[in-house]
Design a protein around this ligand. Structure first.
Ligand SMILES: [Zn+2]
Length: 301
């Protein structure tokens, strides 16, 4: 009976092991039931009704959680997940159970993980530039400041409430994310054959495919605060359908763009000598607003 509260539940195999469980609440439900929303995900073996919480830390207004445990390898997955959302008045709704489509065998997973690890370390130590990934909110409380109540269209892009996304807050807290440095000459190169100019900032830049990046997420260069919109994502390498390395086409936003006002919550200030406050240990005083699972511990793999 609670099925239409959730518009979608998605399960993805992830390369640190385990499964990412992401969800989208139904737009009408969100409109009628303002948050904050507290989420909890559970897993169970098929045929069993013993549901175990994926994490004891509830997710406030988040959009996904990572189950770090690999419950089975290389056979038909027999694990199910479901998500519970609790409203401020204590009432709650549970999604129907969903099952992963496939799982990697352990050999493939170890290979894939090693590819990601090497790529990430190379980006961090040699070829990359430090930055912050701001994942765009695709559901949540609608912005009443700039959305036309009748047509539901965003009326002005320059809105400090939703930053032009139509959803209050606009983006999730920042996650540390390296992309290949821009080694191309600053001057625009002219291709003699087509006579078109190629803007350097539009060229593809390598990055690891974790956390998942989608079109219209933002990437902020740490040392310059230059802000880029992710235009397209091309898969450079994948294993068994799981992308490992991607090439991102980034569009540099003009400094007048409202996205320069999006706060870098979660990002340690560049003057801070340590990035430990960004770790996903959950010891932070702030509520864990999803998007744990950066690559902080990758060197320990
Ligand atoms: Zn707005």
């Amino acid at each position: 009976m609670d099925c239409d509260v959730f518009a979608d539940i998605e399960l993805d195999a992830i390369l640190t092991g385990g499964t990412s469980i992401s969800w989208t609440l139904d737009g009408n439900f969100v409109e009628q039931n303002p948050g904050p929303y507290t989420f909890c995900a559970y897993w169970a073996r098929s045929g069993s009704d013993e549901w175990t919480p994926v994490s004891t830390v509830p997710i406030i207004n988040g959009c996904f959680i990572v189950d770090p445990t690999q419950h089975n390898w290389g056979k038909e997955p027999d694990v199910y997940y479901k998500v519970r959302v609790t409203l401020p008045d204590g009432s709650y709704f549970i999604s129907p159970p969903v099952k992963p489509e496939a799982c990697m065998d352990k050999h493939t997973w170890l290979l894939a993980r090693d590819i990601i690890r090497k790529e990430y370390l190379n980006l961090r130590k040699n070829t990359g530039t430090q930055g912050w990934l701001l994942k765009r909110r695709n559901w949540g409380q609608k912005c009443t400041r700039c959305i036309d109540q009748d047509t539901e269209e965003i009326q002005a892009g320059h809105c400090p409430v939703c930053f032009g996304t139509g959803i209050v807050g606009g983006y999730y807290p920042a996650i540390e994310y390296y992309v290949q440095a821009d080694f191309q000459p600053r001057r625009r190169a002219r291709n003699p054959q087509t006579n078109f100019t190629v803007a350097p900032d539009k060229a593809g830049r390598r990055a690891v495919a974790y956390p998942y990046v989608v079109t219209n997420d933002l990437w902020v260069e740490d040392c310059t605060d230059k802000r880029f919109v992710i235009q397209t994502i091309h898969e450079i390498s994948a294993m068994k359908g799981v992308p490992l390395i991607v090439s991102l086409e980034l569009r540099l936003a003009p400094v007048s763009d409202i996205i320069y006002q999006v706060p870098l919550e979660g990002a340690p200030s560049s003057s801070s000598s340590s990035s430990s406050e960004h770790s996903s240990s959950g010891s932070s005083e702030q509520p864990e607003e999803c998007l744990t699972g950066g690559l902080d511990e990758i060197e320990d793999w």
